[in-house]
Design a binder for this molecule. Structure first.
Ligand code: AMP
Ligand code: MN
Ligand code: MN
Length: 317
């Protein structure tokens, strides 16, 4: 396993980043690593680059230290790419490319590893779980534990999804021993929705359609609708999971429009279908039960193309 403290011994500048449109695991894992290195390598300059985190994550210590990578051209001694491969770093990709040494920590089965050092494990619930394994547990504190816990609950749906292992729960058990208010964290970062988020969720469910004999649920939110409700992509988090909850549904497809003829696709599956394969086929990736990609075309064509790939898996099984 990667020995972090040994590898980082001579590093004076360390950068950390994660994927575009950062989710709870991306923010939790990068912030935990940031807080840990700041605390335990006080002589090094540690920086973190992400797209603006959603308001719900403002409870994480030092979240205001997150920087915009477009405003930085430094060459780092070490650069960390977390919860993705470098092609999804967005504005931070140039910092990864110019760094002297790079580290890639991820749990996506579609990531082969893009760093000089790679710690990739598709069996891990989350990147936060992998970061926990790399850190010296004697050097954690309550703030670091809280960030890791947020990452884990977001990627496991609060320990509900099949990626939750006994190991995940052991880590969570160690983390809550730091004494933070975990019921409140779960409520405020995972379940709570603003009124507008609840309205757009309702609209998406109301307008959903069932295809492939009720095995696939589909919903699409276009820019006009987002504008009408005054919501951003961050407000659409969780809609796809609600679609998967429909009885009889194997796969949930949720699309939201990015611009004319371009949609962000989220897939979730129960059993039977490996959605990471479907998304990898279209240039995206993810996990067996949760994956995503970005596709061009009308929403109608995109849904047709996706269902054709899903259909293939039924035929092959
Ligand atoms: P999402 O539907 O965006 O919430 O993504 C579901 C899972 O798939 C998450 O673990 C994402 O990090 C991953 N994912 C989404 N889009 C991509 C992509 N284009 N390439 C690789 N992984 C992705
Ligand atoms: Mn993620
Ligand atoms: Mn993740």
């Amino acid at each position: 396993m990667l020995n972090l403290s040994k590898e980082l011994e001579n590093a004076k500048t360390i950068g950390i980043s994660g994927h575009i449109r950062p989710d709870g695991d991306c923010i939790g894992s990068t912030m935990a690593l940031y807080l840990y290195l700041k605390k335990n390598k006080p002589d090094a300059n540690i920086r973190i680059f992400l797209e603006k985190p959603a308001e719900i994550f403002s409870c994480i210590k030092d979240i205001e230290c997150v920087e915009d990578a477009r405003e930085c051209n430094d060459e780092f001694d070490f650069f960390f790419c977390l919860d993705c491969s470098k092609d999804r770093l967005g504005d931070a990709e140039h910092l990864f490319d110019s760094a002297k040494k790079t580290v890639n920590i991820d749990h996506h089965r579609t990531n082969a590893g893009c760093g000089d050092f790679n710690y990739i494990n598709a069996d891990a619930s989350s990147t936060s779980e992998l970061v926990f394994e790399l850190l010296n547990t004697e050097k954690l504190d309550k703030d670091i534990a809280e960030a890791l816990y947020i990452g884990i609950i977001h990627d496991t749906g609060v320990f509900q999804y099949s990626n939750t292992s006994p190991h995940t729960l052991n880590i969570a058990s160690e983390l809550i021993s730091y004494g933070f208010n975990f019921p409140r964290l779960i409520e405020e970062t995972f379940y709570q929705k603003t009124y507008l988020q609840t309205q757009i969720l309702g609209r998406a469910l109301l307008e959903s359609i069932m295809v492939m004999d009720g095995k696939v649920a589909v919903s699409v939110i276009d820019l006009k609708m987002m504008d009408f409700y005054g919501v951003t992509p961050q407000d659409l988090e969780g809609i796809v999971n609600q679609l998967r909850n429909i009885k009889g549904v194997d796969v949930a497809i949720f699309l939201y429009q990015l611009r004319t003829l371009e949609y962000k696709v989220s897939l979730r599956s129960n059993e039977n279908v490996d959605v990471s394969k479907v998304c990898a086929y279209f240039g995206g990736g993810g996990h067996m039960r949760a994956a995503g990609c970005t596709l061009m075309g009308t929403s109608h064509d995109i849904v047709n193309n996706l269902t054709r790939e899903i259909e293939k898996q039924y035929k092959n099984s």
